[in-house]
Write a protein that binds this ligand. Structure first.
Ligand code: GDP
Ligand code: IMO
Ligand code: MG
Length: 431
């Protein structure tokens, strides 16, 4: 299982693409097109929002699990783009139980943010929160509903009825016309029908015959609805435990949990970020790391790596390993800093991630300084190619959070990775 260890955009897409080669199936289990996963293969860039990042392997079973929320306009758009680029996506499977993002979810997301004004969350405005809210309220529209005009129409009416007041400002919006919406979603249903499947059963079949399923997380641990920096979070659970629910497998099916963390930290949208940098180094990370959102194009807030939050994420997900991406971006910054505790303005010191919202909002990070490395490490491919200071930086992080770093990213390219440690490349069960 691959999960984000920070606030998203850690490089989960690249790692999934890399490991998918050795897996029999890849499955997304939560989130929606708020995610943006970038893969660079042979200099060609692919950006996926809903399609699992294993799709570049022809015929590989790539599932969108029941826990994902699907905007079918975005999904069909992504499939058209793949077709245009000659990618075979015959292995795609979509859970019949996944929920649909509807036009009113998108409008309500934007309206909700506007209403919050200065307190807004900075959502991606893709309708994710309102869609998950409808799921919990049992007013959701699911993939299987797209296959029956009568049921679809009835369910849309039932879902819109309690929202009539909130939707009043959009009364004239053609996207909300019941007839047009039903027709549009039926069309998506026709297009997606060949891919609709019982994805949980497909996971069991793969696992029970000794195969490997790779779970591709979206967002990150600190954006988790229950364990993140609430209310500045997403509306799903990106943590490892949620993959069982979102894909339909049991905890005992999971044997490895890999967290992905950047060698520094970024966050898009509002909310606490104790190690945030508002200086020249922050700008350097922004430019050097091209920290602009894949989904919304927004600048990502940048800061030093936060080991208080990372250690929390390691335990919460019970990670078995870490992949540390974008180490190359730190090249030439000396000294490097890593956040090891938080300090409250009134003097209290926190070694553990605090659960109290107002403490976290006021907390400032305390740092340990480590020597930087000057070299451009983009060409390093083996552990011993990395400068000593870079290896020491990785070891410090690994020791601090108590989990081995198995992989280091030294550039955006697919081959720009360094496998670490004795075991080097992992031996997943043969695909
Ligand atoms: P995801 O949402 O976790 O899949 O991550 P994103 O794709 O949104 O953002 C990660 C960005 O960093 C992408 O543009 C990747 O191409 C890029 N990237 C991934 N690993 C590395 C790395 O090791 N070095 C550099 N420089 N870029 C990387
Ligand atoms: P990937 O999978 C980074 C953030 C938004 C906002 C908050 C809530 O690419 O790592 P939402 O639209 O989900 O209701 O917004 O969550 N957010 C992400 N930040 N990467 C993502 O996905 C994100 N998905 C949501 O910026 O702060
Ligand atoms: Mg992303």
């Amino acid at each position: 299982m691959i999960v984000g260890a920070q606030w998203g955009d850690e490089g989960k897409g690249k790692l999934t693409d890399l490991l998918a080669e050795r897996a029999d199936a890849v499955v997304r289990f939560q989130g929606g097109n708020n995610a943006g996963h970038t893969i660079i293969r042979d200099g060609e860039e692919f950006r996926f929002h809903l399609v699992p990042s294993g799709i570049l392997y022809p015929g590989k079973t790539c599932m969108i699990g029941n826990g994902v929320v699907i905007d079918p306009r975005v999904l069909t758009g992504e499939l058209e783009e793949l077709k245009r680029r000659g990618i075979d996506f015959g292995g795609l499977r979509i859970s019949a139980n996944a929920h649909m993002v509807m036009p009113y979810h998108v409008l309500l997301d934007t309206a909700g943010e506007a209403k919050l004004g200065k307190l807004s969350i900075g959502t991606t405005r893709r309708g994710i929160g309102p869609c998950y809210a409808d799921k919990a309220a049992r007013l959701g529209i699911r993939v299987q509903d797209l296959l029956d005009a009568k049921i679809l129409r009835k369910k849309i009416m039932a879902a819109m009825e309690p929202k009539s007041q909130a939707l009043r400002p959009f009364a004239k919006d053609p996207a909300l016309d019941l007839h047009a919406m039903t027709e549009e979603y039926l069309t998506y249903g026709h297009r997606l029908e060949p891919y609709i499947a019982d994805t949980a059963r497909l996971c069991w079949e793969t696992l029970d015959s000794g195969g490997t399923v790779l779970f591709e997380g979206a967002q990150g641990t600190l954006l988790d609805l229950d364990h993140g920096t609430y209310p500045f979070v997403t509306s799903s659970n990106p943590v490892a435990g949620a993959a069982c629910v979102g894909a339909g497998v049991g905890p005992a099916d999971i044997d490895e949990v890999w967290g992905v963390a950047k060698a520094y930290a970024t966050r898009v949208g509002a909310g606490p970020f104790p190690s945030e940098l508002d200086d020249e180094i922050g700008r350097r990370l922004l430019e050097g790391g091209h920290e602009y959102g894949t989904t919304t194009g927004r600048q990502r807030r940048c800061g030093w790596i936060d080991l208080v939050a990372l250690r929390y994420a390691v335990r919460l997900n019970r990670m078995t390993a870490l992949a540390l991406t974008k180490l190359d971006v730190l090249g030439g910054i000396d000294p490097l800093r890593v956040a090891v505790r938080y300090r409250h303005p009134e003097g209290a010191v926190f070694d553990e991630f605090p659960y109290h919202q107002s403490i976290l909002h006021m907390a400032e990070a305390d740092y340990e300084e480590l020597p930087g490395f000057e070299a451009d490490i983009g060409e390093c491919r083996r552990e011993q190619d990395l400068p000593r200071e870079a290896r020491d930086y990785v070891s410090f992080i690994s020791d601090y959070v108590g989990v081995p770093v198995r992989l280091v990213g030294v550039g955006p390219g697919r081959d720009q990775v360094v496998w670490m440690g004795e075991a080097a490349e992992p031996r997943l069960r043969a695909a």
